[in-house]
Design a protein around this ligand. Sequence first.
Ligand code: NAD
Length: 497
Amino acid sequence: MGYEITHWIGGQEVATAGSTQPIMNPATGREVGTLHLGDEATVDQAVQVALESQKGWAKVSLAKRTQILYRMRQLMIEHTDEIAVVISREHGKTVGDAKGEIARGLETLEFATSITQDLKGGFSANVSTGVDAHTLRQPLGVVAGITPFNFPAMVPFWMHPIAIATGNAFILKPSERDPSASNIVARLYQEAGLPDGVFQVVHGGKTVVDALCTHDGIKGVSFVGSTPIAKHVHATASAAGKRVQALGGANNHAVVMPDANVEFAAAQVASGAFGSAGERCMAVPVAVTVGDIHDEFIAAIKAEAEKLVVGPGDDERTDMPPVITPDAKARVIRMTDEAEQAGATIVVDGRGLVVEGHENGNFVGPTIITDLAADHPTYTEEVFGPVLVVMHVNNFDEAIDLVNASPFGNGTAIFTDSGHYARRFGDEIQVGMIGINVPIPTPVGYYSFGGWNDSLFGEHHAHGPEGVSFYTRQKAVTTRWPSQNETVESSMSFPTH
Ligand code: NAD
């Protein structure tokens, strides 16, 4: 029922005869479409097309590649409303939030339009007498991107504009929960003039992921998703000899110092904890109050949570949308139950919330938990829902120790008026992305995005300069042009300058 989403291979829709999966609307619990799931043969079909297309694409001038990216940017802007509605229907997030992720994704495309600058190599004349040296960066070939459900536009955009700008062919395997945005992007790339086969989409689950990680024709794999799958993709694709960047899960802490502006901190932490129902890798599921600010912060964050309107993403009044699946809702409720059974205080309780007219939607209200032990799974694990755990410590050093004890290291923030503590925080914290009075410190597209520890496996962060390094290999060329009558005695010694 509803619409059908097929693969996009060689510039056209390609259906598979095999299995399918329903696409659900999280706000209604109703099926809205059917997704074709690929297999090893589908991956191979896309790779063979990509191998052919990439040969030609790598020879296209940088100026022409850039012009296509500019056209793509314009088309994305013109189709933002259409794509945002599709994302909201399949993911659940508000239409405004979906427009925001498209705009943030376009930052990477905008960065990629200056690939003419980023692919400039180095040149040194006369490194030895009559000898020059230069470097150049060349594409890997065919590369794949495997992406999560929570940013169906932005996260793929962290990858494909740079991969394509640097001369690769890109195969996207989007999340099977909200796949439609990727097919719209594929159609727009075609309209922008990108040769068929340079950007393709293969839908599916584990079978397709594993085929992408092991196919000989693929030279690089970018992954974003949960930590267990990031580890699996990193291990599988690395063992198959590929370059891999695998970004994993998170459990980001916001430290609230005694000198913080408590209203400001509470409003910012609430947006980090409950925006997009907490389903952001840079969400703030943990606040750490330091010293005597705890009670004041609890009162302020409670007031923020109680203000929020929970509802469907296509209703303009909605602040907080449903979570992605009934299973995700059940996990939030179970982890809240377990915290309560362990003696925690449930300051705001989102369990049992019903949105009128959307009784079958995956709704759960904002939840705030405190007085929880530091080894309880509701604190240590990624809940990935609208749950804020407020931990309390006595001083700054204890806050640093608590944040650094988490196995994840994606993002973190400190709220303070003290430059001294802000600077120490940036220096001592073992986390990849840090906000000083900024709750969701997602780097802009021309910087690179990546966590530490269990939040990233592989050498390279995503997008920005590290994206260019990831999708290219460097060559160093040493050149001498002797005159035709120049003679040199042969020498068996290692050459020096
Ligand atoms: P997920 O790990 O379940 O899925 C990610 C991708 O892996 C999907 O394309 C999915 O089809 C595939 N996949 C799922 N199970 C698989 C398996 N057993 N074998 C092979 N492939 C498999 O993640 P999700 O639920 O879609 O997304 C939420 C997770 O992503 C959270 O943990 C969140 O923190 C993380 N995330 C991290 C970042 C980051 O930048 N570090 C960004 C966004 C999301």
